[in-house]
Design a protein around this ligand. Structure first.
Ligand SMILES: [Fe+2]
Ligand SMILES: [Fe+2]
Length: 183
């Protein structure tokens, strides 16, 4: 008796997303190492924490596939891209990466909707929400770097930014949550 509750297509996209999350973890690990070697210990720490979050996302996909009686395929992870040129480049690439990931999540949700796989659709919503938060966090990084002087930021202002990010909490407060949960 076949107890797999996932269609072939859904199983394939979920497996590939699991690998994508692992890839994101590797990218942030490499950015963290780069930032640390550039002297930005706070920013390095920020990326290391994010690396951990992406690993947790990978595990979430893995657990969901197993829960639905599907087959998990652990695949090779691509090597992270070359080191960023500077902080601006680093944050811009991080933002682009998160947006690409959001698109991949939307594709899963779209497919689940098409197939009327409401379990996967519901599972995917957690990631839709998570991506809002992740994009917001990186937008915040870009904003603060801009205030610090952008590409022309002085060493002092970068130092202050680095100190600040080292102390930052792991998640962003979303306007929607503030309005809904703490009116
Ligand atoms: Fe993720
Ligand atoms: Fe992410």
């Amino acid at each position: 008796m076949d107890t797999n509750r996932l269609s072939k297509k859904i199983q394939t996209v979920l497996n590939s997303q699991m690998t994508k999350e692992a890839e994101a973890a590797q990218i942030y690990l490499s950015y963290g190492c780069w930032a640390d070697s550039e002297g930005f210990g706070g920013i390095a720490n920020y990326f290391f924490r994010h690396c951990q979050e992406e690993r947790e996302h990978m595990m979430k996909f893995m657990q969901y596939i197993l829960e639905r009686g599907g087959t998990v395929k652990v695949e090779a992870i691509k090597a992270p891209p070359a080191n960023p040129k500077n902080l601006q480049d680093c944050f811009e690439k991080t933002f682009k990466h998160e947006v690409e990931n959001t698109t991949a999540i939307y594709n899963i949700v779209n497919l689940a909707h098409e197939e009327k796989d409401w379990a996967t659709y519901n599972f995917g919503q957690w990631f839709v929400k998570e991506q809002i938060e992740e994009e917001k966090l990186v937008m915040g990084l870009l904003d603060r770097l801009k205030i610090a002087g952008g590409p022309k930021a002085s060493d002092e202002s970068l130092f202050a930014l680095d100190m600040q990010l080292g102390k930052e909490p792991d998640s962003a407060t979303l306007a929607r949550d503030v309005a809904v949960e703490k009116p």
